[in-house]
Design a protein around this ligand. Structure first.
Ligand SMILES: [Zn+2]
Ligand SMILES: [Zn+2]
Length: 165
């Protein structure tokens, strides 16, 4: 999605508002291992701030991932507000918070993708105590024990056992 705020740059408007529903790129979803995603609702403003422009972008949507332990679908609701300073290529000062824009247009997707990536939980689990799948038979251990060799101990319990010996 491309935002044209050239009218703000020319001084014809004080700010440019936008609202839209957009789909994330398939390649991006694959890169974050997302298996399904709702449309992302975005709402924002670009305002003139002296020689620079301030972008405020709020977005929300639902992404579906597989639980890292049992592969069950886990819904992650995203809701965030991003603020960025937009600068023209003439400026020399560089900062991570600055987004360079050319010809009065802003490519919204990279800003959105970057923020989504930063906001994802490090480990996505259906439940903090998810027991995962049996590494031998693949049974979902949240639904009960399997028939496999019981001398195989959960590595987390193994660590606990070592504390007591
Ligand atoms: Zn799980
Ligand atoms: Zn098993």
């Amino acid at each position: 999605m491309i935002l044209d705020f050239s009218k703000v740059i020319k001084g014809l408007q004080n700010q440019a508002d936008f609202e839209s529903s957009l789909d994330l790129d398939k390649s991006f979803l694959e890169s974050i291992e997302c298996v399904n995603a709702s449309a992302i609702h975005v709402l924002g403003t670009i305002k003139k701030m002296g020689k620079r422009y301030e972008l405020t972008l709020s977005y929300s949507g639902d992404l579906v991932f597989e639980c890292h332990r049992c592969l069950k679908d886990v819904n992650v609701n995203l809701q965030s507000t991003v603020e960025r300073i937009l600068v023209t290529p003439l400026e020399t000062e560089e900062s991570e918070d600055f987004v360079e824009v050319k010809d009065g247009v802003l490519e919204l997707m990279p800003v959105l993708e970057e923020d989504i990536t930063l906001n994802l939980p490090l480990q996505i689990l259906c439940n903090e105590d998810c027991a995962g799948l049996c590494p031998q038979c693949g049974k979902d251990l949240n639904k009960g024990m399997c028939e496999c060799d019981e001398t195989k101990i959960d590595p987390r319990l193994e660590a606990l056992k070592n504390l007591f010996t």
